[in-house]
Design a protein around this ligand. Structure first.
Ligand code: FES
Ligand code: FES
Length: 163
C-alpha cells in the first residue's frame, strides 16, 4: 500500500512519518517511534493495555488509525513524567508495588491520569468504574488500587499546598 506523509504530535514533539493509511496508532508508536510502553494485550479491544491519550482523552491505540490523529496531541506513558520527575501515579506504583509483570501498567496509568484530571476527588466506585476497561492478567488489583489511592491523595496535597 502506498505510504503517505503525516505529522504526529506525541509527548510534545512533532514527528513527520511516512505511513500506510491503514497503520494503527499502536503500531506506529511502537514500530516507528520506538515508544514501546503502550502494549498489545488482546485482539478484541478488551484489555486496555494499549491506552494512550489523544487530546487528553484515553483511547485504545490498537483500534485507531495513526493518520486520524494528525493535528491532535498524543500522550503515551513515556510522556507522563512531569519536568523530569516521576508523576504521582508513577511514584505511587513504585511505593505500593502497583505493578507485577507491568504489562498492563502503562494503560492503567493513562486512564488514571485522565481520571485525576477530570475528577480530583473520586470515590472508590468512581475509580473502579473509570478503570473498568483496563485489565490486569496478574490480578494484582489490591496493590494497584492502593497505589492509585495514594497517587490521588498526593495530587490533592500538592493542589492544596499550591493554593
Ligand atoms: S490491545 Fe487490548 S484493548 Fe488494545
Ligand atoms: S501487572 Fe501483570 S498484567 Fe498487570
Amino acid at each position: 500500500m502506498k505510504k503517505e506523509l503525516i505529522e504526529l504530535r506525541v509527548n510534545g514533539r512533532t514527528h513527520e512519518l511516512a505511513l500506510e493509511p491503514s497503520k494503527l496508532l499502536l503500531d506506529t508508536l511502537r514500530e516507528d517511534l520506538q515508544l514501546t510502553g503502550s502494549k498489545r494485550g488482546c485482539d478484541d479491544s478488551s484489555c486496555g493495555a494499549c491506552t494512550v491519550q489523544v487530546d487528553g482523552i484515553p483511547v485504545l491505540s490498537c483500534t485507531l488509525l495513526a493518520a486520524s490523529c494528525e493535528g491532535q496531541e498524543i500522550t503515551t506513558v513515556e510522556g507522563v513524567s512531569e519536568h523530569g520527575s516521576l508523576a504521582a501515579i508513577q511514584k505511587a506504583y513504585g511505593d505500593w508495588g502497583g505493578a507485577q509483570c507491568g504489562f498492563c501498567t502503562p494503560g492503567f496509568m493513562m486512564t488514571v491520569k485522565h481520571l485525576m484530571a477530570e475528577n480530583p476527588d473520586p470515590t472508590e466506585q468512581e475509580v473502579r468504574a473509570a478503570l473498568s476497561g483496563n485489565l490486569c492478567r496478574c490480578t494484582g488489583y489490591s496493590q494497584m488500587y492502593e497505589a492509585i489511592k495514594a497517587a490521588i491523595e498526593a495530587e490533592q496535597k500538592g493542589m492544596a499546598a499550591a493554593k
